[in-house]
Design a binder for this molecule. Sequence first.
Ligand code: FE2
Ligand code: FE2
Length: 329
Amino acid sequence: MLIGKASPEDMNLHPIQYQWAYDLYQQAVRNTWFPHEIALKEDLYDWEKMTDDERHAVKFLMAFFNPGELIVNRSIALGIYPYLKSPECHLYLAKQMWEEANHCVAFEYVLETFPLDRSNVFNLHLDTPSMKAKEDYINKYMRRMTEDTLDVETPDGKKDFIRNLVATNIVMEGIWFYSGFMVVLSFRQRNQLRNFGSMINWVIRDESLHLKFGMNLIQNILEENAELLTKEFADEIKNIVVEGVNLEVDYNRDLFPRGILGLNADYVNQYVQYVADRRLEELGIGAHYGAKNPAKWMAGATDVLELVNFFEAQNTSYEVDGHAADKQK
Ligand SMILES: [Fe+2]
Ligand SMILES: [Fe+2]
């Protein structure tokens, strides 16, 4: 069983029961990258030419992304890792947590490089109601995972685990983050902030694995605990996703009070709904919005297997320890 109280046998990796988790761990190790490999300073020329509204969009994104990476780690540490029995899942989550730390440091590097007042940016996530509402939403589900009354051996406890996993993994990592990635990459579509765009490509490569792991985890837990699969619980999961989309819609209105060249809140929010539909379909729940993808170019950016930076020689299909990977084949 994936979920439950840890027992001594759970400390033995072999025989591997959840090969998908071990495979994702190995892929994640090969995807290791370091923020300072990216020459971010070159983007400063673009920054100088950007409008106040464009700078506001970047600042607003950083204000959410930077603490957001640490919030994901807290949710994994408090709400996901302790309740899984599988050592291969623990290996993967340990690597994911390093990646979230690495993303946090990467966004610190952005804050250091661009002429931004760090404390001003940081305080935005405390002072902006639409941003704080997103954090409160995550914290609500995470808090339940720390309460003494939680028992993940019971169906109710397992449902709480899935609720938190849906909020953190599907909504925050799988919808909100993609909305932010789309905004940054749209600058690169206009030949601006190309190196920041490269950094986002590396982050997307990591996040796409995080999402895959979370989806697999939800699907496998539901398979192992078929009694959870009621129409009522499926509706509840859908509502958690819809609530998350509503929060993102409000946030994007503050991100784009007037819109910027080729981009406004309605455009990004249509993309948010499109992405939410894809996540709901993958969960087996069915699309809710029926939204069309307004940013088809993002499909290329998020197709991690062919993720190539068109502007620099750097290629995000680069992998560390490729030799070890070949030997396993
Ligand atoms: Fe991350
Ligand atoms: Fe992540």
